[in-house]
Design a binder for this molecule. Structure first.
Ligand SMILES: C[S@@+](CC[C@H](N)C(=O)[O-])C[C@H]1O[C@@H](n2cnc3c(N)ncnc32)[C@H](O)[C@@H]1O
Length: 213
């Protein structure tokens, strides 16, 4: 997603429902989150989830990283206008070779990065590497449907009227996505088996828990 046109189409798309759901479930999972802390958003894109998190948890700072210069430029542009923007640091960093700006975080979250990675362990090993002991871990991604027919039905239901570039990306993403049982296997292989995964809608799963190794 390094392409400027692709990044712009993504930033302009309507993610209100899944992103609001992400924030609501994060609050439900961690009702006793400390008053202040530092969170890491992996694969932040244009930053919508970072902005929502920073607005909802005003004592927190966020380091938000993404490998795409175009995405980071859009996120920084929005930060200049958003009241929560001063508490978010947007950093261009391609995982795993390039690192987030701090050594360890109190909460690590990510939305829709996993299915973009050539190896899913890039995400899980980054979570291991940058989580403080006891840190919250919260990851959402698309869930691969069981058939091509179901993929097309989801594209029609949720990307009807969206730009063609976005419909194409959504279709490819659904094909590339993992199923919850596959994610649970990935977590177990990386020593994060205590983090649980479940489907939370017809097209998303969430992996959530505490880093306790
Ligand atoms: C579908 S977007 C999700 C953006 C954002 N998390 C959201 O929910 O709106 C996936 C993002 O992952 C980024 N990405 C893909 N591979 C990456 C990597 N290895 N390191 C960092 N970012 C990566 C892409 O540039 C893209 O912005």
């Amino acid at each position: 997603m390094d392409d400027v046109e692709q990044a712009r189409a993504y930033a302009d798309a309507d993610f209100e429902a899944p992103h609001a759901h992400f924030t609501a479930l994060l609050r439900e999972e961690f009702p006793d989150l400390a008053q202040a802390g530092t969170a890491l958003d992996l694969g932040c894109g244009p930053g919508d989830i970072s902005f929502r998190f920073a607005a909802a948890w005003p004592g927190w700072r966020v380091d938000a990283v993404d490998g795409s210069e175009a995405m980071i430029a859009l996120a920084r542009g929005r930060a200049g206008e958003d009241p929560a923007g001063s508490r978010i640091r947007f950093v261009r960093a391609m995982l795993p070779a390039e690192a987030p700006p701090a050594e360890a975080y109190d909460l690590v979250f990510s939305n829709s990065l996993l299915h973009h990675l050539p190896d899913p362990q890039i995400l899980w090993s980054s979570i291991r590497r940058y989580s403080r002991r006891g840190a919250g871990v919260f990851v959402m991604d698309l869930m691969r449907p069981g058939s091509e027919h179901e993929v097309e039905a989801l594209v029609e239901r949720y990307a009807d009227g969206e730009a063609e570039i976005l419909r194409r990306d959504f279709r490819l993403s659904l094909f590339a996505a993992y199923r919850p049982d596959e994610v649970q296997d990935q977590l177990e292989a990386s020593g994060l088996g205590a983090i649980r995964v479940d489907a939370i809608s017809d097209r998303h799963w969430i992996a959530r828990g505490r880093f306790d190794i």
